[in-house]
Design a protein around this ligand. Sequence first.
Ligand code: NAD
Length: 256
Amino acid sequence: MLKGKTALVTGSTSGIGLGLAKALAQQGANIVVNGFGDHAGPEAEIRALGVQTAYHGADMSKPAEIEDMMAFAAKTFGRVDILVNNAGIQHVSRVEHFPPERWDAIIAINLSSAFHTTRLALPGMQQAGWGRIINIASVHGLVASAEKAAYVAAKHGIVGLTKVTALENAQGGVTCNAICPGWVLTPLVQKQIDAKAAEQKISVADATKQLLQEKEPSLRFTTPEELGALAVFFCSQAAHNVTGVAWNMDGGWVAQ
Ligand code: NAD
């Protein structure tokens, strides 16, 4: 379905981003991989699906590096047809104790980076008359939790950016949608589970159970593969008139 198209997925060396990259690669899209840590392993996993990959290690908190990555993607594959804004970090602390530098980093990586990639990807998509922008927000783009001020602010912000981008491109073949996952068991969440276990002196298994019970009525994690299937739907012809939505996949979290 996506043969000949290029998808750039920020933060695709791990977790949800890697799952999304693989789902798009399964449909034939070439992938521009981004993110920290080992990239050779994730790239090999993606290439095993029969597509090409290219890696750019831009730090999503640095606009100049983002500009370089977007130019690199265009030069390598001709154009970015599918942009997935996924890179994200977390910090858990009450507002009055929240370190200002963590606030700045979360707003830069979880929100402003999507503005920069989007503004740079749009002209090529508009010219081609086809494009898909998928923003990985969170249930925290729709509702709040205590001790996540920067994350909740950034995720609500990215839902807003999604809507504006959708409206400005309502005609012309470019859609922009947000995906709002509940809990997904990735390194980002494992850190929060481990902290909970240490703080309450309980086992990691009990901390995991507690984490799900607090927020997610289904009592199960969403998987990167399930999120990938939703991203593939957004890229399909059937979804050409789906734009500006913030679609939660959260086991009932936001329904409460
Ligand atoms: P993860 O920690 O497994 O992966 C994050 C990715 O982002 C990694 O590839 C990392 O290298 C990259 N990254 C981090 N900082 C970066 C930077 N400055 N520049 C470039 N890349 C950077 O986390 P994840 O759980 O897969 O999270 C991915 C996205 O999904 C995030 O936006 C997160 O907010 C969102 N999300 C996660 C969950 C969850 O439960 N895990 C739920 C809702 C939304």
